[in-house]
Structures are given as structure tokens and as C-alpha cells.
Design a protein around this ligand. Structure first.
Ligand SMILES: Nc1ncnc2c1ncn2[C@@H]1O[C@H](COP(=O)(O)OP(=O)(O)OP(=O)(O)O)[C@@H](O)[C@H]1O
Ligand SMILES: O=c1[nH]c(=O)c2[nH+]cn([C@@H]3O[C@H](COP(=O)(O)O)[C@@H](O)[C@H]3O)c2[nH]1
Ligand SMILES: NC(=O)CC[C@H](N)C(=O)O
Ligand SMILES: [Mg+2]
Length: 528
């Protein structure tokens, strides 16, 4: 039977729910709440209110969204949510929905605002705005506006075009703002959010990564019991942290499995064996699966097809490893631990109404017939939060600060068919780029630097007075906070020049090196 999609075990008491109405920023809201040291999780707006309340949330935040509250079929909420005594904070669409549900007025009255807007606070000492300036810069993105607050609410801020830009009802503990306090451009946004959490909802800010460790260890013990688990270990941060958490929870019931699928970079396998085992003492099985992956990928150029094949083959290799482990005495191996993070889930279309951008091998790329039950203790977190958990667990800096490398590896960095020959060529070019970036001391400045081979593109060059007709290599250095958005890194020209010269000199068949200067969006970090 296929395993049900895993829900993160709910062991927290002080959870704040972020109800997602298809917002651009739902994950950012959840993250800002955690930055305020309060645990938060995102739930879809289609979840019945009774189910939301059954999670015993200490507070609920309603996100923005693309719909108009008065449009037919627009997402709505049962009024019971506002009558349950749970503090609620609405932002943009969530604010408009609170207004209309409770008897206020929202319409398309031409009061559009997009981007930076001056907010005038009319009630300086209010729950939300205490200690913030009466004139502050906020980020708006709306076409509809609230012209009358519901009864019992005090209007606490306005703008030049919107008379009701914030309202508060301390008695019912209901609050709302038309703008987006969660984005950095709203200068006092974090303070306003914290005021809601601490003053409005009375929550103590005591959630830390120590809580994550304790809660996840308890949840993993409860989930796995006395059975055994394997963990896909890649040498990356996420799986190292996931493995360390599970190791802490169930000790020798865990075996780590590193899959050498032939799509890794130079020296990677040796490094995993050395670093990870040395740091944690975990049991590690290394599987050489190069032939299996390359055979399965032969003739395939379509990125999504590659991702699905790679996701499937990973699981087949884990199943084989399971059979081997079963030859030793002991209980069933029923669980597969993966270092899946929140962005992997969102990009695979696993958020609420979010589009499938690309199927991450460990989420959207999983085959339907997977029999393992998944253990994914990091599924709600962002990378920098995972790094903090890793530090908390005492993992060494070399692991915690490593740049990300995607599970499908160089397979999604060859635009065109993946062959052994092309992989070897790309491995050489990648090793040169990494060596020069490290030498220039740039590793901590960039998030990661994919090196991409345009295998189906050729261009004319001249080398040693002769004509060449070779392939271009693309350098894609980016800076990012959480991989959801990214900018291209402004690397020093000398470093770029050195990388370019060395790649064209040392890697046969490459006669051109180009730099990708696209942010995300519109590009993604990887090319496929
Ligand atoms: N070569 C591999 N062998 C075994 N498992 C792997 C391999 N590559 C990826 N995985 C599994 O897939 C998960 C997702 O991969 P991903 O690259 O996002 O995470 P990571 O490698 O752990 O960290 P990072 O994002 O820093 O590279 C990993 O956490 C791991 O469980
Ligand atoms: O384990 C992974 N499996 C995948 O299928 C995958 N696809 C992209 N990535 C990594 O995710 C981050 C965002 O990448 P994109 O901007 O290309 O979507 C970047 O850090 C990418 O390297 C993956 N990691
Ligand atoms: N960002 C939002 O939540 C926008 C809400 C609504 N769609 C509007 O345009 O007013
Ligand atoms: Mg990785």
C-alpha cells in the first residue's frame, strides 16, 4: 500500500496556524512567526474550521491571496473561527475576509496600492502599533479595500487612499491590517506581528531550535517505535541534520544509505564517507548505483522526466538496501528518513494551490508504489532554520555550512541527454569552479554555484589556431536566504576570468564559459 503523505507529528503546544489563501508569502509569515520564537505551521484555507481548532492553536493568522472576497467562489471562512475565542490576525485578503465575515464593507472602490505606501497610525498606543512611529512605511499589494470596519472594531491606521488600513478588537482578540507586515519592506512589520503574538494573543516567546530537537526526537520515537529505519544520506546539510536527529531518537535502529548514482561531483563520495561517519559515528552503507541510473536516464532530455526517473530509482535502491539490512537479524525496516525541507514541498506543488515548478526528487518525484513510511522531521523548516538545528545538535561547521547540492545532482545540470562522457566533462568543469571560488574565499558569500553544461548547444571557437565547435558551460552563482528567491552573485571579475580560462584550457570540448545573470524569479536556481 502506498504510504500516506506524512504530516509533521504535532507535538507542539504553542502552535500558531497560518491559514493560506493562496498567498505569495504564506511561508514567509510562518517563518516570521518562528523568528518571533513562536512555533507556526501552515494549513490550507480549505481545511474545515473544526479541524483547525482541533489543533489547539494559540492564535491564527489569515494570509493574503489573489481572490476578491466578494467574487463568486472566493475562499471563505466559517464565522465560527472568529467566535472560538482564539486570537486571529488577518493580513490583506485575510483582513478583508475578516471584515466582510463580521459585517464590515470591502469593495473595489479604486483604492489600489502596490508597493511602498505611507501608513498613518491613528491610535498610537494600540495593541498592534504601540511603540511604533505614527508615520511608517509599509508594503501594500491590493486592489480591493475596506471602507467600513465591522462593529466593535477600532480603526487604528489609514493611508491616503484607504480609510481603514488596520483595525483592532481587543475584547474579541481580533486584529487585521491591509498591508503585508511579513515582508522586510514593511519597516515595523515584525514588531507589529510580535505585538499581535505577545500582546494580542498572550503567547510567550519561548520556541527555539532546542524545542525542535526535543519535539522531533520524541515524535520520531513515537513514529518508529522498535522498528528500523534507513536514511537517505547525501552529504548535504538537510540529510545530515535529519540523520543526526533520527540517530539521537532511535540510535542503532538507523542505517544511513548513501547512493552513488554517478551524478555526484568529484570527490563527493569520499567526502561523505569521511565527514559524516567521523562526525556522528552513524552506520553507513554506500551503494554503487551508477549503471542503474545511467541506464534509466539513457535517451531522456526532458527535465521533469529526468526528475521522475531519478526519484523512482532512488526508492528502488533504498528497497534493495533494505533487503541487505534485513539479512542481519532484527525487526522490519519500515521507515525511510529524508531531509525534505519546506521549499522542496512548495516547489513540487505541495503547498496550497501552489503551482508545480519542478518535481523535487524527494517529494514530487517519488513513485506511487513506495512502501516505506516517510520520516521527514524538517518538512516545515527553511534551510537557515535547519542549519541552526544542526548547530544545536553539535554537527561540525563543514557540514552545517555546506552549500546545497540537489539530489538529482549533475543529471539536472546537463541540458540534454545525460551520458557518462558528458558527466565526466561537467565534473571537471565543476571541480575547477569550486576550487577557484574556495580559493577566492567566496564560499560563504554565495548560496551555491551550479555549473551547467549546455550539451545540445555548440558554438564556434578558435583554439591553438584551429577551429573548434564545442559546448558552452554556464556559471550560475546565486545569493539567497532560503532558495525561494535568489539573486545572481556579483562575483569579482578576476575570479570569473580565472574560472573561464581554466575551464576552456583544461576541459576538452568546452570552448565558451557564460555567466547567468538572472534572478529567481523569473529564473530558478537550477536550469532544469
Ligand atoms: N546521493 C544520495 N543518497 C542518498 N540520499 C540522497 C542522496 N541525495 C539526496 N538524498 C536524499 O534526498 C533528500 C533531499 O536532497 P537535498 O539535496 O534537498 O538535501 P541534502 O542533500 O540533504 O541537503 P542540501 O540541500 O544541503 O544538498 C536528502 O535529504 C536525502 O535524504
Ligand atoms: O534535493 C533536491 N532535489 C531536487 O530535485 C532539487 N531541485 C532543486 N534543488 C535545490 O533546491 C534549491 C532551489 O532550486 P530551484 O531554484 O532550481 O528550484 C536549490 O538549492 C537547488 O539546488 C533540489 N534539491
Ligand atoms: N495581496 C492580497 O491579499 C490581495 C487581496 C485581494 N486579492 C486584493 O487585491 O485586494
Ligand atoms: Mg543535496
Amino acid at each position: 500500500m502506498p504510504a500516506a503523505p506524512p504530516a509533521a507529528p504535532d507535538t507542539t503546544t504553542d502552535v500558531v496556524l497560518v491559514v493560506d489563501f493562496g498567498a505569495q508569502y504564506a511561508q514567509l509569515i510562518a517563518r516570521r512567526v518562528r523568528e518571533a520564537r513562536v512555533y507556526s505551521e501552515i494549513v490550507p484555507s480549505t481545511m474545515p474550521v473544526a479541524e483547525m481548532l482541533a489543533k489547539n492553536p494559540r492564535a491564527i493568522i489569515l494570509s493574503g491571496g489573489p481572490s476578491s472576497v466578494y467574487a463568486e467562489g472566493a475562499p471563505s471562512l466559517d464565522r465560527a473561527l472568529f467566535e472560538a475565542g482564539v486570537p486571529v490576525f488577518g493580513m490583506c485578503y485575510g483582513f478583508q475576509l475578516m471584515a466582510t465575515t463580521l459585517g464590515g464593507t470591502v469593495d473595489d472602490n479604486g483604492a489600489r496600492e502596490y508597493g511602498r505606501t505611507a501608513l498613518a497610525v491613528s491610535k498610537a498606543g494600540s495593541t498592534l502599533f504601540e511603540g511604533t512611529p505614527t508615520e511608517q512605511s509599509v508594503w501594500m499589494s491590493h486592489g480591493d479595500a475596506c471602507s467600513a470596519a465591522p462593529e466593535g472594531f477600532t480603526v487604528t491606521a489609514s493611508t491616503d487612499v484607504v480609510p481603514v488600513a488596520a483595525f483592532e478588537n481587543d475584547e474579541k482578540k481580533l486584529y487585521g491590517v491591509q498591508y503585508h507586515p511579513e515582508v522586510l519592506h514593511s519597516t515595523h512589520g515584525q514588531q507589529v506581528l510580535e505585538h499581535f503574538l505577545y500582546r494580542g494573543a498572550g503567547i510567550e516567546p519561548n520556541w527555539t531550535t532546542t524545542n525542535v530537537v526535543e519535539e522531533q526526537v520524541a515524535a520520531i520515537r513515537a513514529q518508529v517505535g522498535d522498528k528500523r529505519a534507513i536514511c537517505g544520506l547525501s552529504g548535504g546539510v538537510d540529510s545530515a541534520v535529519a540523520a543526526a536527529l533520527v540517530q539521537k531518537a532511535i540510535g542503532s535502529q538507523l542505517t544511513c544509505v548513501y547512493v552513488d548514482h554517478g551524478l555526484m561531483r568529484k570527490g563527493e563520495t569520499e567526502q561523505v564517507e569521511k565527514d559524516f561517519v567521523a562526525a556522528t559515528g552513524a552506520k553507513l552503507v554506500v551503494v554503487d548505483a551508477e549503471k542503474r541510473f545511467l541506464d534509466a536516464l539513457a535517451g531522456v532530455s526532458d527535465p521533469e522526466q529526468k526528475r521522475k526517473i531519478i526519484g523512482r530509482e532512488f526508492i528502488r535502491v533504498f528497497e534493495q538496501a533494505q533487503l541487505e539490512i534485513l539479512q542481519e537479524d532484527g525487526p522490519e525496516v519500515a521507515f525511510l528518513v529524508q531531509g525534505t525541507l519546506y521549499p522542496d514541498v512548495v516547489e513540487s506543488g505541495g503547498g496550497t494551490g501552489t503551482a508545480n515548478i519542478k518535481s523535487h526528487h524527494n517529494v514530487g518525484g517519488l513513485p506511487d508504489d513506495i512502501e516505506f513510511e516517510l520520516v521527514e522531521p524538517l518538512r516545515q523548516l527553511f534551510k537557515d532554520e535547519v542549519r541552526m538545528v544542526g548547530q544545536e545538535l553539535g554537527l561540525p561547521e563543514e557540514i552545517v555550512q555546506r552549500q546545497p547540492f540537489p539530489g538529482p545532482g549533475l543529471g539536472i545540470r546537463i541540458v540534454g541527454e545525460v551520458t557518462k562522457e558528458r558527466l565526466d566533462l561537467l565534473r571537471d568543469a565543476d571541480a575547477i569552479a569550486r576550487e577557484e571560488l574556495t580559493r577566492a574565499g567566496l564560499d560563504r558569500d554565495i548560496w551555491q554555484c551550479p555549473v551547467v553544461l549546455l550539451a545540445d548547444v555548440r558554438s564556434v571557437g578558435v583554439q591553438g589556431d584551429g577551429r573548434t565547435y564545442g559546448h558552452p558551460i554556464v556559471l550560475r552563482p546565486v545569493s539567497s536566504e532560503d532558495a525561494m528567491t535568489a539573486d545572481w552573485s556579483r562575483l569579482p571579475y578576476e575570479t570569473l576570468a580565472k574560472i573561464s580560462t581554466r575551464i576552456t584550457n583544461e576541459v576538452a570540448d568546452v570552448n565558451r564559459v557564460v555567466l547567468d545573470v538572472t534572478s529567481k524569479p523569473p529564473g530558478t536556481i537550477e536550469w532544469e
